[in-house]
Ligand binder design. Sequence first.
Ligand SMILES: Nc1ncnc2c1ncn2[C@@H]1O[C@H](COP(=O)(O)OP(=O)(O)OP(=O)(O)O)[C@@H](O)[C@H]1O
Length: 618
Amino acid sequence: MAADRASAPPTRGDPLHNLWRLRRYLRPYAREFCWLLVAGLTATAAGLAVPLLVQRVVDGPVARRDPVGLWQLGGLVLLLGLVEAVLIFVRRWTQTSSSVGMEAAIRADLYAHLQRLPAGCHDRWQSGQLIARATGDLSMIRRFLSFGLLFLILNLATCLAVVVLLVRLHPPLGLLVAASAVPLFLVSRRFARSYHVAARRMREQQGEVATLVEESAQGIRTTRAFGRAPELVARFGVGARALHDTAVDKGRLLARTSALFDLVPNLTLGVVLVTGVAAAARGTLSIGELVAFVSLQLMLIWPVNSLGWIIANGQEAATAADRIQEVLDTPPTIVDRPHAVTLHRGRVRGRLCFEQVGFGYPGAGAPVLRGVELAVEPGETLALVGATGSGKSTLLSLVPRLHEVGTGRITLDGHDLRDLRLATLRRLVGVAFEEPTLFSMSVWENLTLGRPDADRDEVVAALALAQADFAYDLPWGLATRVGEQGLSLSGGQRQRLALARAVLGRPAVLVLDDPLSALDVHTEALVEAALRRVLRDTTALIVAHRPSTVALADRVALLDRGRITAVGTHSELLGSEPAYRTLLCPDPPTCPDPPATAVAVPVQRGTVTSGAEWGARP
Ligand SMILES: Nc1ncnc2c1ncn2[C@@H]1O[C@H](COP(=O)(O)OP(=O)(O)OP(=O)(O)O)[C@@H](O)[C@H]1O
């Protein structure tokens, strides 16, 4: 199974470093946390006072046969028990709301950060790993912050207080109990190290399993069609088995250590009992003191027993914090420059220039684009034609800055795109990709993704242009929630909605990656006719694989292995470029004549179409 390429090995140095860095999320809840501690410590103190009162009861009223004193001290013990119970309730009530609040705050920041990361970063992380980080890892951290951390503090305070009280009651026996902390400390240290590694491995494997589930859910039709379900089940089985084995190893590690954490205090208790009874027989320890000593020592059993669970919980949280910080520490490389400017749509003419543009994907060998020189005039439509893998989609992705140019620059009306505010640029540039992605939200929300302020007329116009009137006939019209990835729609329907989304708000520059590939000939002709009207006053860059799409363009640029090798009209390139002929018209007698189609609806540059020309539903 492919490992998550972005997964770093376990952090070297202090494994708690990244957990400590998350303390800023604790700050808004500092007051609650202080109250939690006060409630917890007071409850612990109330609990500790009980054995001391029992000592007084045994050595006092019981020894003196004093019923009044017995009732008084007995009532006090009862009251302390009640106080402890109320404080424990207050602590539990408060800790739930604050820890869930912290988890939500980290998750919101993680999600917002993911949105800022460039597309290249998302290629590095498997989606399942991201899902695991945003869900499982965060609940690990919540559990530690709400339970583990609090119990760690309370249990340490309990142990410390008990040992001090024991030393005061009987110094030799008290010191013996204190000495039992040494083996516990050594065991804890070894356990923490081993558990951290196992916890990290398990989280990675959980992410891989989540990725497999996500991939198989998305690709269910492909796997069914190819009858590959048994292979996928086997592949999933390997991943699930590895996860199972790690979980078992981790559980056994905890079980072994917990046994030691059980053994040490019980052994010490045995030694104390024997030695304490001997001391009581010699008269150096009263019966009441012995009862109090043993009762106090019994109060150590749970804190020590739970130490294994607390360390495990802390290591799980530390691992989760490492994985969360890996994402948060990845800097968003495509950001606004300090003096980035805003351009208003009305002032943009739309001259798009590529000046010696070069680009290579990080980690890939040769650059995908080299020395690209291209100018698209305002209102001009330029088709980009090239063999598969020649870099057409990559070139298009540089315009809305989904990737950043490596060398050279791209300008819009003379402004380097990197000098424009990202929000401005993405409002000015409308994009439709070859594989249209629709989100699991309503058609309306999908359409207005880039223009949440769009009004109904604009949406109607965009739908009409993309020949997407079918959207009105969906069960709830534009309010219909389309399934994950828009799977409830056909490929052509999704493509038309994506096109409507791209043209909504009449962007200054349209970037379309083979936008009509899934349409039937009739619908394609209708969309093209409508697109031609829009393209009159919009600069457009369109990837074209077919002469019918080239028909939309004024000029065509031929891209060959990352370089623009020719620019001209379709007829010019057909005549002068054998490579172009091979790509678009391998069979010249049957090759339609795009320029003739284009002439049928003449392109008028510079004229601004009215809203009515965008069309509305008849
Ligand atoms: N995210 C990526 N990481 C690394 N390499 C990539 C990535 N995306 C594309 N490539 C590589 O860049 C090259 C150009 O890909 P691109 O998708 O731009 O080609 P294209 O001309 O649009 O192809 P097609 O016509 O098949 O869509 C290909 O060799 C491809 O393998």
